[in-house]
Design a protein around this ligand. Structure first.
Ligand code: 5GP
Length: 123
């Protein structure tokens, strides 16, 4: 495949790694051994939370077979976070991947968006 799962800033610490390490603050809503969820600094909906693995993986294309458990854990955690946020009327889960996917931070993250009816298709 392409270079899609390669960080554009190889060797550089991403902003999300700094959040995991507590070097910069975030409004954390959930965490466990494997993942962390926090409010997006620039929300695109009334509720906009990012769910990230604590392991440094660039994006969905960066998963390996060794990450099977982690990938499943992330998906199972989405609804746990939604319940913690009292989301009752549905939500959208988005993983932007690579340049055309609109990814801007090279650490895998699932956007959880809710609180209003979301349009489809995306831009
Ligand atoms: P992407 O565009 O890569 O799919 O999503 C990256 C997201 O990270 C964006 O929605 C952006 O607002 C969010 N973001 C970028 N920097 C920070 C930060 O320092 N703190 C938080 N909480 N969110 C951030």
């Amino acid at each position: 495949m392409s270079e899609m799962n390669k960080s554009r800033e190889d060797g550089e610490t991403t902003i999300f790694k700094k959040i995991i390490d507590g070097e910069i603050p975030a409004e954390i809503v959930y965490q466990d051994d494997l993942c962390l969820a926090f409010h997006d600094v620039s929300p695109q909906a009334p509720i906009h939370v990012l769910l990230i693995p604590k392991k440094e993986i660039v994006n969905v294309a960066g998963f390996s077979q060794d990450d099977t458990h982690l990938a499943g854990h992330l998906m199972l955690t989405v609804d746990k976070v939604a319940k913690l946020l009292n989301i009752e009327n549905g939500y959208r889960v988005v993983a932007n991947c690579g340049a055309d996917g609109g990814q801007s931070v090279d650490h895998l993250h699932l956007h959880i968006l809710a609180g209003r009816a979301l349009a489809w298709p995306p831009g």
